[in-house]
Design a protein around this ligand. Structure first.
Ligand SMILES: Nc1nc2c(c(=O)[nH]1)N[C@H]1C(S)=C(S)[C@@H](COP(=O)(O)O)O[C@H]1N2
Ligand SMILES: [Mo]
Length: 424
């Protein structure tokens, strides 16, 4: 599905001053309630209590309610060169909590999503090891030391279109190349211990079994620290799009390194300098030099509601919510402003705060119907504070599409309509 709202991105550019806005207070006033007079819908008979509902086994694999059919991954036509080498986006504004449902995790693949027979899938470990090994899926599932971990995965190109100014109108499009999943699998360290990494083994090459045969080099310290191979996501098997039957998990590091449909791991003494780590996923600076090996995803946050696809409908109490994540340690706090940065308020983080995993934050606001300029700013356990987009541009220029973790601004207009803007 494509979204024609985003067909003409430059129309969305907008630069506003932060002055003179006082749209709301952050302490909730009166709580939402209804008139004492009974509404018709509660006293009337409804069609759903006049006949039996669907029986069990009507849907052997459960689906969302038909009323939720707008909650889908979406792509953007002008960003879609071909279906097989493309991307779609997680509908962040429709989600809550910290876990991304399996069917809504954004997809990025370079050669389409292959359907692999797990009985014929193999994982090979070779190169600078004492004993090259080949595992079947069954071998891996019998391997001792299975673990479960929640991690975010963010594509380095997430928010990439925003380097040159506010463009895409919706957090699904500006920030939707991220998902957060509970993985089941085994630490890569355990497999490599069985193979025996030679002392000159300093790098790992991971290769996918898809048509793109995507490959990335990863330094051995990271591999032995917390990388895992996973066959499970959110309690069930990986989805085809996410690498069934096996994917690499590289916590906190850019999504491109999380090789899907994982078939081969080679140990070497230097990086392989593959396409995805040279001409791609390398950040060209203004002076013509490039930053490379920019693996870690810096702290970032986004207000998902309100946002352009989820405008405010009513004055008074409203729940502002969003999510934050960092590739270093864990999220320590998230501050939110509704007046373009004049005042900042510590958001309430709810749910587990785990390293290298999304956190959910809330601010209960009382909207008086005036314009608001909303931003969120994440801070992680290293003390790093999410920068503004202009601070990033000063250091990095605007050549690259990668690693834009700048603060996002939403303008909420008097009628509740919300737009992607930048404050200058
Ligand atoms: N084998 C293989 N692995 C791959 C890719 C690919 O095209 N082929 N794309 C990478 C990129 S660029 C990203 S951002 C993530 C996306 O993971 P997802 O599709 O589960 O969201 O997978 C990475 N792993
Ligand atoms: Mo990516």
């Amino acid at each position: 599905m494509s979204d024609t709202d985003n067909a003409n991105p430059l129309d969305r550019r907008k630069f506003l001053k932060a002055a003179g806005l006082a749209g709301a207070g952050v302490a909730a006033g009166a709580l939402p309630a209804h008139a004492a007079e009974p509404e018709k819908v509660i006293v009337e008979k409804q069609e759903w209590n006049q006949a039996l509902g669907a029986g069990v086994q009507n849907a052997p694999y459960g689906k969302p309610s038909p009323f939720e059919k707008h909650v889908v991954r979406r792509d953007v036509e002008w960003l879609t060169a071909s279906r097989e080498s493309s991307v779609n986006f997680t509908p962040l504004h429709e989600l809550d909590g910290i876990i991304t449902p399996n069917g809504l995790c954004f997809e990025r693949h370079h050669g389409g999503a292959p359907v692999i027979d797990p009985a014929k899938h193999r994982l090979m470990i070779h190169g600078l090891v004492d004993k090259p090994l080949v595992f079947t899926m069954n071998d891996l599932k019998r391997f001792p030391g299975r673990i479960n971990r929640a991690y975010f995965l963010e594509c380095a190109a997430n928010s990439g279109m925003e380097w040159r100014g506010a463009q895409l109108n919706g957090c699904q499009y500006t920030h939707g190349m991220v998902h957060n999943v509970w993985y089941t699998g085994i630490p890569l360290k355990a497999l490599l211990e069985q193979a025996g990494v030679k002392t000159n083994g300093k790098w790992l090459l991971a290769e996918g079994a898809d048509a793109s045969g995507m490959t990335r080099s990863i330094p051995i310290e990271k591999v032995l620290d917390d990388c895992m191979i996973a066959w499970g996501m959110n309690g069930e098997a990986l989805r085809t799009e996410q690498g069934y039957p096996l994917r690499l998990v590289v916590p906190g590091w850019e999504g491109n390194m999380w090789v899907k449909w994982l078939r081969r791991l080679e140990i070497g003494d230097q990086a392989w300098e593959q396409r995805e780590e040279t001409s791609k996923y390398t950040d060209l600076l203004a002076n013509g030099k490039a930053r490379r090996y920019t693996w870690v995803m810096d702290a970032k946050s986004i207000v998902t509601n309100p946002s352009p696809q989820a405008p405010l409908k009513q004055k008074g109490p409203n729940v502002l919510t969003g999510m934050a994540w960092t590739g270093r340690g864990s999220i320590k706090r998230v501050d939110v402003t509704i007046d373009g940065g004049k005042n900042w308020h510590a958001a309430r983080i709810d749910g587990p705060v785990m390293p290298l995993s999304l956190v959910r934050f809330y601010v209960d606001i009382d909207w008086n119907g005036e314009e608001m300029l909303i931003q969120s700013r994440a801070m992680d356990s290293t003390g790093y504070v999410q920068p503004t987009k202009d601070e990033l541009r000063k250091i990095r220029g605007v050549n690259s599409i990668y690693h834009n973790n700048g603060i996002q601004t939403w303008l909420v207009k008097k009628n509740g309509v919300t737009e992607n803007v930048e404050i200058s």
